[in-house]
Design a protein around this ligand. Structure first.
Ligand SMILES: Cc1cc2nc3c(=O)[nH]c(=O)nc-3n(C[C@H](O)[C@H](O)[C@H](O)COP(=O)(O)OP(=O)(O)OC[C@H]3O[C@@H](n4cnc5c(N)ncnc54)[C@H](O)[C@@H]3O)c2cc1C
Length: 164
């Protein structure tokens, strides 16, 4: 009955879509955490594994990849927290920030996990070390809770609308 109406009539779809903002942060956080776990495991593996007389973490070319992964994850973490803060404080641009963070963090997480697999060499591709599972699991984060193409649509729409 009309007496039980929640919110404004005709805005149900909009309210449902707003519920996705938090879900997108959740998916981004899953990507971030799993990519961090992959990086932690990779650091341990590179210390242990020796090639050409030294451990993998002594090769400068590989150290640069570790540095890039750390930078990507820190940037992703900061962006995700900013979007979460926008949502918590009901900022008018919270939806845009949730979409931006979901796109950025899930793609950064996948890139880092893929690099971690590479740094494990052949073992990275096998199930034993758990890295290939992280790579597979993170890949779908660019698809579910709204694909990353749809995240771009949301961001672009906000940009264009803001200019009137
Ligand atoms: C593991 C998993 C779990 C899921 N869990 C849930 C769940 O719990 N609840 C739920 O409701 N759904 C869930 N989904 C569904 C998910 O949200 C959809 O798969 C996703 O939204 C994409 O829709 P689609 O598969 O129909 O792709 P399509 O809409 O067919 O899209 C195909 C491709 O075209 C692109 N595309 C489509 N339209 C546009 C456009 N206008 N502009 C640019 N590019 C476009 C897409 O980005 C994509 O790359 C889940 C999916 C997976 C894989």
């Amino acid at each position: 009955p009309a007496a039980n109406l929640l919110g404004e009539e005709g805005k149900g779809f909009r309210y449902a879509m707003m519920g996705l903002d938090g879900g997108r942060l959740n998916i981004a956080a899953c990507s971030l955490g799993a990519a961090q776990a992959a990086l932690d495991a990779t650091l341990a593996y590179m210390r242990e594994r020796k090639a050409f007389g030294q451990s993998l973490d002594r090769f400068q070319a590989l150290q640069f990849r570790l540095a890039d992964a750390e930078i990507e994850l820190q940037a992703a973490r900061t962006f995700l927290r900013q979007a979460a803060w926008k949502l918590d404080t009901q900022a008018p641009d919270a939806t845009k920030f949730c979409a931006m963070a979901k796109k950025f963090v899930t793609e950064a997480g996948s890139r880092v996990a893929d690099q971690c697999l590479q740094l494990h060499g052949g073992y990275g591709y096998l199930a034993d070390y758990g890295i290939e599972k992280i790579v597979r699991d993170l890949r779908v984060h660019q698809i579910l809770e709204g694909t990353n193409e749809i995240m771009r649509l949301i961001v672009a729409r906000h940009l264009i609308e803001a200019r009137g």
